[in-house]
Design a protein around this ligand. Structure first.
Ligand code: PBG
Length: 330
């Protein structure tokens, strides 16, 4: 036998020497949830180890994460029910929870890179990412309006840029929104604010725990007329091409694990960095199995993140970020 592939696995040193993929804490973005109040840290039932923090505690936690080497965070707000309306007005209220918190973070933790979320759902009484057409005949499926949603997203994006956001994450899947936001940002002097486009965002069952965390589940229907069909691969290239042409700095695939082929496709076809969102349901699965003693949670996490990176993601948004950073330090 001339070829013995096992020779390259014979010791830890050699295994490391020939390792084709490396994962570093600087590849990760930590998504976090902010809620109204003081001194609050409420664990999300379906996401053990992940909390909704009041702004004061969020800042402490972000600071602790920075000490562990995590520098980039994505922030999502839990908006009080009575502040939601059909036009997501609260999303551009400068004194509202989200914009206030963004300003505080940027003032107190200046070195931190903050990604914000551009979509109507946390603020919408309909729980949808776009504006819902009202007064439809009974029995007719509701319509999520595309072009009418863009100015709302624009206001939201501009308010976030003004508050100090470094990267905007349009997660709504409306057509044309990246170009719309890019032009608006440039016109207002925010040409250095980046856009990470949720390009291939699938209509997925794996967002369940996130919607629990924010109470943001759609009040009726589903998101299938704007989020992508899990059966489709070529369509992701169309979405990515548009977002690239419209000026996106990063292209994202979401969720990550069931869509590794899409991550690979995008990474082979576009020179901008590809991001993958290792979503709430993917986190919850590992945690639930580990709690039951059905698998080794730490090893499963490492393998999962490495697999996403190997598929072609440069950046991974993951709720495991802090855990990964702690393990990487020891
Ligand atoms: C919605 C949004 C969702 C997530 C991020 N932004 C869920 C949805 O589309 O309903 C999900 C993230 C996760 O599951 O971790 N704008």
């Amino acid at each position: 036998m001339l070829r013995r592939p096992r020779r390259n696995r014979k010791s830890e040193t050699i295994r490391q020497l020939v390792s084709e993929t490396t994962l570093s804490v600087t590849d990760l973005i930590f998504p976090m949830f902010v809620t109204e109040g003081d001194n609050l840290a409420v664990e999300v039932a379906s996401m053990p180890g992940i909390f909704r923090y009041s702004a004061d505690r969020l800042l402490d936690e972000m600071h602790a994460c920075q000490e562990l080497g995590i520098n980039t965070f994505a922030l999502f707000p839990q908006i009080e029910e009575h502040k939601k309306d059909s036009r997501a007005t609260e999303s551009h209220n400068p004194d509202g929870l989200y914009l206030r918190t963004i300003r505080q973070i940027k003032a107190q933790l200046p070195g931190l890179c903050l990604m914000t979320d551009v979509a109507m759902d946390p603020y919408s009484s309909d729980g949808h990412d776009g504006l819902v057409q009202n007064s439809l005949p009974a029995g007719q499926a509701s319509i999520i309006l595309n072009d009418e949603t863009l100015p709302i997203l624009g206001k939201m994006a501009l308010a976030q840029a003004r508050a100090g956001a470094d990267i905007l994450g349009p997660s709504d899947m409306m057509d044309g929104r990246v170009g719309y936001l890019r032009e608006m940002l440039d016109d207002e002097g925010f040409e250095n604010v980046s856009i990470m486009a949720y390009s291939a965002k699938y209509a997925s069952a794996f967002y369940g725990p996130f919607r629990d965390a924010l109470d943001s589940a759609p009040r009726f229907g589903d998101k299938k007329t704007y989020q992508m069909n899990p059966a489709n691969r070529s369509e992701a290239l169309i979405e990515a091409e548009l977002d690239y042409a419209e000026g996106a700095d990063f292209l994202m695939v979401k969720p990550a694990l069931p869509y590794l082929d899409v991550i690979r496709d995008l990474s082979e076809n576009f020179a901008v960095p590809i991001a993958a969102y290792n979503v709430s349901g993917e986190y919850a699965m590992v945690k639930a199995a580990a709690r039951n003693g059905w698998l080794d949670g730490e090893k499963a996490m490492q393998e999962m993140l490495l697999g996403i990176k190997r598929a072609g993601a440069k950046v991974i948004l993951t709720y495991f970020a802090k855990e990964f950073a702690i393990i990487a330090k020891r």
